[in-house]
Design a protein around this ligand. Structure first.
Ligand code: ADP
Ligand code: MG
Length: 263
């Protein structure tokens, strides 16, 4: 017994030195279980360390989710697939997170209210849970951020800093058209991440409408080329989820014909 107390004292010191207070707590709690069930030393050590690692991952994920700046936290589990049955398989595959390791992009297209922001956020939450740093903003906000950096002569640094994020989400491409300068900055963001790190973009316009957004067909084509080269394009269809049951299914913006990507 005296020996154990001595060991616990030492553990208290060691766990403190490692900044891993949960090791101490798990070590004591699991020791009982280990003795009762005659675990091997290796099993016991693995069980103790596992508690610390999963606690760290969970609090890291919480921090990364908070830092991402999602407008609202949404998950894949919250998504009602009956509204979008055709994309279920495609999204389920993305939910493994493999696209992030391959620096692949995801493009979500569709009319307002069909769940583009929801799915972009849900994939962002998964990325954060898997240890990637994530940043979410609208296309307009990204351009503002890049213009500020450009004006202060630190665009390159800003792009380099952003490359350390495994995932950047650009919501609402196409809601507002860009000025020429803004379009060029946005192009630099896309180029700087090309084959380095992932982007998720959402748009209510098919690719054929992006020329108007970026004020220039050539810039738009070059950008779409880089985005789509390694990308999953998910086309959501149908009426707005926000307007369900309001008898407003036929708003002009919910016409399915404007969502067909022309790639
Ligand atoms: P979009 O970005 O395409 O305009 P959102 O993703 O913002 O649409 O969706 C609008 C609202 O409806 C959000 O609150 C979202 O969570 C919800 N929503 C949309 N589609 C679904 C769905 N299939 N299942 C559950 N909630 C949905
Ligand atoms: Mg949206």
């Amino acid at each position: 017994m005296a020996k154990q107390t001595e060991a616990v004292k030492q553990l208290t010191y060691l766990a403190g030195a490692l900044k891993a207070p949960r090791i101490l707590e798990a070590a004591e709690r699991l020791a009982e279980q280990a003795r009762t069930a005659s675990w091997s030393f290796e099993d016991y050590l693995a069980a103790v360390l596992e508690r610390e690692v999963s606690a760290r991952n969970a609090s890291g994920a919480r921090l990364r989710i908070r830092a991402a700046g999602f407008p609202a936290v949404k998950t894949i589990e919250d998504f009602d697939w009956d509204q979008q049955p055709t994309v279920r398989q495609q999204v389920a595959q993305l939910a493994s997170g493999a696209f992030l390791h391959e620096a692949r992009n995801v493009v979500l297209l569709g009319p307002p209210g069909t769940g583009k922001t929801h799915l972009a956020t849900a994939l962002g939450v998964i990325a954060a849970q898997q240890g990637h740093r994530v940043l979410f903003a609208t296309a307009t906000e990204w351009v503002t951020r890049l213009s500020d950096a450009h004006r202060q002569g630190r665009l390159e640094q800003e792009l380099a800093r952003l490359r350390r994020y495994g995932l950047i989400i650009v919501d609402e491409v196409g809601y507002l058209p860009f000025e020429q300068d803004s379009a060029n900055l946005f192009f630099q963001l896309v180029s700087s991440r090309y084959e380095h790190a992932s982007l998720i973009l959402t748009s209510n316009l098919p690719f054929s409408g992006w020329g108007t957004v970026f004020g220039d067909q050539v810039v738009a084509a070059a950008m779409i080329d880089r985005i789509v080269h390694h990308a999953d394009v998910i086309t959501l269809k149908g009426a707005s989820y926000r307007l369900r049951g309001h008898g407003l299914d036929s708003l002009p913006s919910t016409r399915p014909d404007i969502t067909d990507p022309a790639d």
